[in-house]
Design a protein around this ligand. Structure first.
Ligand code: F6R
Length: 239
């Protein structure tokens, strides 16, 4: 695992975007695994700038997002599909049919999870998977637990995640479940890039750096990946 500590959120975002841009330059047909949340917003802004400057072409790129609330309509302004359209897809030349987010409004979430995992397998999983981390160490929505799921599945969200994300649901209760890639779906990516910014992520980063793998802190499973880069800002690294 390579760890890079940069000054602040802006530097972290630029470094993260550069790795994604390089991946697409090396392989214009790359499969990018993407994340939502506050952490990658800056990366997407830099990618849009690079696209506008002619430095990156998304026309042959395919994307697979990590997760989606369930139940939620894709058109809901708090859905992860909506987030991706707003922050990246509508701002670059990616083909809509090449973008994939689990369907949070599926009538049968278990069938949707199976479909999504089969889709990942058919694409050969991500060439580069971008990750953020929850304050409790979750990646995707693989929440701390006695056992973790390997493949895409429906999961209840923990109190920590509900508390962290309910700020976005100002006018209503947030969904309490999500569809998420599993640990194996994530670890099958050829390369992983995890970004962490701010003091609230320090505990999770500290657990990762301790070097012990525990289902109670899912980020620690990244220690098993042969090509994982972690970029943190100083606040996340030092606490
Ligand atoms: C989002 C995701 C989550 C977030 C995590 C951190 O697609 O998979 O694991 O990366 O909850 O969220 P932020 O970046 O909002 O702190």
């Amino acid at each position: 695992m390579k760890i890079q500590v940069l000054k602040d959120y802006g530097e972290m975002s630029r470094a993260g975007a550069e790795i994604i841009a390089e991946t697409v330059r090396d392989n214009p047909r790359a499969v990018l695994g993407l994340a939502t949340g506050a952490t990658p917003e800056g990366v997407y802004d830099v990618l849009v700038e690079k696209y506008a400057a002619g430095e990156i072409d998304f026309s042959e790129v395919t994307t697979v997002n990590l997760d989606e609330y369930c139940p939620i309509e894709p058109s809901d302004d708090q859905s992860y599909r909506y987030f991706m359209e707003k922050h990246l897809f509508s701002r670059v030349n990616i083909r809509p049919e090449n973008t994939n987010v689990p369907m949070g409004n599926a009538a049968d979430p278990a069938a949707e999870a199976k479909r999504y995992e089969e889709l990942l397998a058919s694409l050969g999983y991500a060439d580069l998977q971008l990750l953020g981390v929850g304050q409790n160490g979750h990646i995707g929505f693989n929440e701390p637990a006695a056992a973790l799921f390997a493949e895409t599945h429906l999961t209840p969200l923990t109190e920590s995640t509900l508390a962290a994300n309910s700020i976005y649901f100002t006018d209503r209760a947030m969904p309490t479940e999500a569809l998420t890639m599993g640990m194996a779906s994530i670890l099958r990516a050829k390369r992983i890039l995890l970004l962490a910014s701010g003091k609230s992520k320090h505990a999770a980063i500290a657990r990762l750096l301790e070097g012990e793998i525990s289902t109670e802190c899912p980020i620690t499973f990244l220690l098993l990946h042969p090509n994982c880069t972690v970029i943190c800002d100083r606040a996340a690294y030092e606490g």
